[in-house]
Design a binder for this molecule. Structure first.
Ligand code: NAD
Length: 356
């Protein structure tokens, strides 16, 4: 029997190639905005200005001081730039969306987001900020964009390596949504379809970043991934990556891509419905092997050792991971089980072999 409580998130989505050029103006008008703060990084501000030509007279200020993980001083400067504005329009990746969210968090200004990567932040009410090396995150409905304009044309310039990294992060959101703490039948259905679109788009975009159809496929998968993550939250996989990344300064996206098949292999027998649905979405009988193979095809290193992690390092973080491991993970997380899994991810063992 299904029993669940679901706080569905509101938000208007406009999706399609060319929408940022053709529909953004109507979306801004629909919200009655007269004085906009335009938020975009130095690299994306040219594109952002171009998209704003039909309503350029309503851009009251620009903020371009984007930095990864939204340092608090960046948030403060962006909030100052927002003085007198009635809407924040952000054009860019997760760092840019995160900066707009920092403004909305304290000002309550509505956001219109035009994402240019596959991060998915634009459909979540999660904000994040950093002070020195300490990252703080929280959830607040005020930071959830009112409208998201997804235009796959804007992702054509995202280089293949960044596209793969960003797309595999989205894949991790989908897979983990099957056992994350606030999952429900809706988030699982969304995650399953997200996997299908991501798996269809990733290899083609990696081989040909200019393929428009594959870009649209990948962006749709990223939207679904963000939506599933927004509802279900994160689970064991994200805790492992968070601890490993923080302790050893490992590259975020590659760490996710390497660890994910192993967490899936760890949980699969204890979450047979999830395993079967992930396998169906990937079109292969063994979901962990399929993800491992997809990563290899996309040029992801096989094991964490190739990222510079030492074998001895594993034992030094097990206690930290165990302390964060969700108690409702499908399979009970023991020190021995965790060590075996992380070791396999370190060595790059085929997930079908260490779980056999
Ligand atoms: P990013 O925004 O830092 O962008 C990465 C790089 O790609 C930047 O140099 C940017 O200029 C460039 N770029 C962006 N779009 C481009 C395009 N179309 N063409 C060419 N270059 C382009 O990285 P990201 O992966 O999008 O976002 C990561 C951040 O988002 C992290 O801080 C992460 O914590 C956050 N995030 C937050 C949530 C949430 O729900 N709050 C969810 C996912 C990610």
């Amino acid at each position: 029997m299904h029993t669940f409580t679901y706080d569905a998130l509101p938000g208007r989505i406009v999706f399609g190639a060319g929408t940022a050029r053709h529909a953004l103006s109507d979306e801004i008008n629909a919200l009655g905005a007269q004085r906009l703060l335009l938020v975009a990084s130095e690299s994306e501000i040219g594109l952002a200005r171009e998209l704003c030509v039909p309503f350029a007279d309503r851009i009251a200020a620009e903020f371009t001081g984007i930095r990864p993980h939204v340092p608090v001083e960046v948030a403060e400067s962006a909030r100052e730039a927002a003085a007198g504005a009635d809407l924040v329009l952000c054009v860019g990746g997760g760092s840019t969306t995160g900066t707009a969210k920092a403004v909305a968090l304290t000002t309550g200004l509505p956001i219109v987001a035009v994402p240019t990567t596959y991060a998915g932040s634009e459909v979540t009410s999660v904000w994040g900020m950093t002070e020195g090396t300490r990252k703080t995150t929280g959830t607040d409905r005020r930071v959830l964009p009112r409208t998201v304009v997804y235009d796959s044309d804007l992702t054509l310039t995202l280089p293949a390596a960044l596209s793969v990294a960003s797309g595999l992060n989205a894949m991790a959101h989908c897979v983990e949504a099957f056992w994350a703490p606030r999952r429900n039948p809706v988030s699982s259905a969304v995650a399953e379809d997200g996997i299908r679109h991501l798996a269809a788009g990733l290899p083609t975009v990696a081989a040909d970043p200019a393929d428009s159809a594959a870009r649209a496929e990948l962006l749709l998968g990223a939207y679904l991934a963000g939506s599933a993550f927004a509802v279900a939250g994160s689970g064991l996989h994200h805790k492992i990556c968070h601890v490993l990344g923080g302790a050893f300064d490992l590259p975020h996206a590659q760490t996710h891509a390497i660890v994910l098949p192993h967490v899936l292999a760890f949980n699969a027998a204890h979450a047979p419905d999830a395993a079967q649905r992930i396998a169906a979405a990937l079109g292969q009988p063994d979901p962990a092997a399929a993800l491992h193979e997809l990563g290899t095809k996309l040029g992801v290193p096989a094991g964490l050792r190739e990222l510079g992690l030492n074998e001895d390092d594993i034992d030094t973080v097990l206690a930290d991971i165990l302390a964060l491991a969700p108690t409702d993970n499908p399979r009970a997380v023991t020190a021995d089980g965790l060590r075996t899994m992380v070791h396999a991810a370190w060595a790059g063992t085929d997930p079908a072999r260490w779980t056999a």
